[in-house]
Design a protein around this ligand. Structure first.
Ligand code: NDP
Length: 313
């Protein structure tokens, strides 16, 4: 039986509608949530991501503003900008879009963001909160992975989960959230021995690698849940053929656009897995939905009546 396809667009829409309600309540109470996005340089992919984030804010009633320093911006200038945003009370979330221009010390800039406004959840203080199970702001894509599982009725507690990828922004925080959800978690990376065998242990397999279609059927236990975080652009016709030959819808789109998106999971996995997230339309939409949720949460934690930003869930 082919895998159940987990519809990320639908789950993201559900979350956004809940967040819109929360934003409305906060706004009525005179505390409209606000997000500041810093987009430095002129990376075309970053510009597209930021446009999507600003558009979602508008849809949900969140105040947003964009700051667009040029490609030659210095670390000092960005630190100054972040400092100003930290001091402004009406700004609840600060998102510094990565990658920053090469001359900028990205770690220093991310460290400068007030942890209470760190809606990406990248600040070491929020990383620490997550790993010690204290309330804080959780990175958006990993939080989205957990929402997909929960809202699809897929049990986490007691399950064997394998995460392929150990990046600070996806792999590690996803593993931490799964541990906190009482899964038994294995984290794999490029030095893991016999990766297919380790992956085949998984009831829940998370692919966060950045390699088109790498997870083939031999990595997957029949009936398991596979979450594909990867987003890889395919432009080479031979590579396209390898993955999508016979898929009329994809062929049409590829002929029109000259490219298509593929995850880290090979399409053949749909014949083996019990449930699978598609690419596009799986984890991707959740990332923006969780950013919106984090912004509303930051507003609530920072400005709710008598609430201490770091002390209350
Ligand atoms: P990174 O490049 O930071 O990390 C990739 C990880 O995969 C590393 O831990 C690396 O291991 C591991 N890896 C690479 N090759 C192999 C291999 N052959 N075997 C086993 N492990 C391997 O990527 P990110 O975590 O930032 O992103 C991962 C993917 O998720 C990308 O496709 C990215 O585009 C996508 N992404 C999608 C988002 C969404 O909204 N859907 C958001 C963010 C990312 P090692 O540590 O040993 O090098």
């Amino acid at each position: 039986m082919p895998a159940t396809i987990l519809d990320g667009n639908q789950i993201a829409a559900e979350i956004k509608s809940e967040v819109a309600g929360e934003v409305k309540a906060l706004t009525t109470a005179g505390r409209r949530p606000g997000l500041a996005v810093v987009l430095a340089g002129n990376n075309p992919a970053s510009e597209i991501y930021v446009r999507g984030k600003v558009k979602s804010c508008e849809e949900l009633g969140i105040y947003s503003e964009r700051h667009t320093p040029g490609p030659s911006v210095s670390t000092r200038e960005l630190l100054q900008l972040v400092g100003e945003l930290n001091r402004r009370d009406e700004i609840d979330g600060i998102l510094v879009q990565l990658p920053l221009p090469a001359q900028v010390d990205s770690k220093a800039v991310l460290l400068a963001v007030d942890p209470a406004k760190d809606v990406d959840g990248f600040h070491p203080m929020n990383v620490g909160f997550l790993s010690t199970q204290r309330p804080g702001l959780v990175p958006c894509t990993p939080a989205g992975v957990i929402e997909i599982l929960k809202r699809s009725g897929i049990a986490i507690a007691g399950q064997e989960a394998v995460v392929v990828g150990r990046s600070d922004i996806v792999g590690k925080p996803t593993a931490m959230l799964l541990i906190n959800g009482n899964a038994t978690v294995t984290v794999c990376h490029s030095k893991t021995r016999d990766l297919p065998a380790v992956c085949r242990r998984a009831d829940i397999l998370i692919a966060a690698i950045g390699r088109a279609g790498m997870i083939t059927r031999e990595y997957v236990k029949p009936g398991s849940t596979v979450i594909d975080v990867g987003m890889n652009k395919v432009t080479d016709p031979a590579e396209f053929e390898r993955f999508f030959r016979g898929n009329a819808k994809r062929e049409q789109a590829f002929a029109k656009n000259g490219s298509t998106l593929i995850g880290d999971v090979h399409p053949e996995v749909a014949e083996v897995a019990g449930a699978l997230t598609p690419v596009p339309g799986g984890v991707g939409p959740l990332t923006i939905a969780m950013l919106m949720a984090n912004t509303a949460r930051a507003a609530r934690l920072r400005r709710g009546p008598g609430v201490d930003a770091h002390a209350v869930a």
